[in-house]
Structure formats: structure tokens, C-alpha cells
Design a protein around this ligand. Sequence first.
Ligand SMILES: [Zn+2]
Length: 194
Amino acid sequence: MKDIIANNEHLRKLIEGNKRYMASHLEHPDQTSERRFELKHGQHPFAIILGCSDSRVPPEVIFDQGLGDLYVVRVAGNVLDQMIVASIEYAVLHLNVSLIMVMGHSQCGAVAATCNHEQLEGHLPSLTFALNAAFNKAKGQPGNLVENVTLANVDLVANELKQTGAHFPEMVKDNQLTIVPAYYHIGTGKVDLL
Ligand SMILES: [Zn+2]
């Protein structure tokens, strides 16, 4: 894992920002009016984050980044569907972003609801349905079920993206695209690469 961080400047930038956040030494980069003005001419984010909608896991905060730095897709349970894959494809193919982080987190309500087989209203079952593959993979493993399912899910989602995104398989093979699963600890603020 140290190798992948050392060899990927964008991943290093995320991890360094997360360390500042954990240590309460935030720099709040790229949040000035000058930066805002500069971005009128276009965006060149350096990483894509697919994360959960949970209010406790905002990527710009936990990685100490600013305007135009991160291309963020958030959905409860950080699952995939066609529009989410399309949003990510846009950033890879049209904004030339070469790093995708799929980030799950501790105490994820969407994962907990899936683990508890809760009867949910409205459109909510579509989320637990999307998390079922991870549940089936992780159930029976020793340890905490919600954590295990969350870890299984980021792994499955990262792999599915590698296989289904347009041109992603060859880009990953040629080292033009890196897709990393990660896990955020709400209590400590630490992001672990998996
Ligand atoms: Zn969540």
C-alpha cells in the first residue's frame, strides 16, 4: 500500500490532506475568491471520490481540499447505478481524472439497514438491494457485520467500476487510471486505503 501512495501524487495529496484534518491542522486550500475566479475557465480536479451521502463524511473536509480539487459523487451506501457510473465516466474521460477513490465509512446507516433486513418505505429498498451482494459476501465472517459489509462493498464497487466504466479496463491495465477502495473512520477521521 505504501508503494501505491508513493507512486501516485494524487493519492498522496489526499492522504496528506487527511492527515492535516486528523491533526486539526487544516490549510483550507483553494477556497479563496481568486481560486473561484480562476475556475471560471474550467475545472481540473485531481481525484474522483465516490462516497456516502452521510453528513459526517464530506470529502472536501476530510481531505482538506477546496474548490475545483475533488470531483465528488455521493449516494447513500456509495453504491453504483448507471447514472453514477456515467458521472464517473465523465470525470475520467472528459476531465482526465486518473484517480478514483471508492470510500465507505464506519456506522453507515444504509449498510446497517441492509444487515438488519429492515422493511423500508418508498425507494429505499433500491439501496439495500444494491448492497445485497456485499452482504452475501461478508455475512458469516468474524467481526462486526456492518463493518465487514461496508468493506466488502467498497471492494465490489471498485472492482465493478474497473470492469464496467467505458475504457476503464484498458486504462487501469495501462496505469492511466487507479481505482482504490477506502474506509473512513468517523471517530478518528482517518481514511484507510484497503
Ligand atoms: Zn453511509
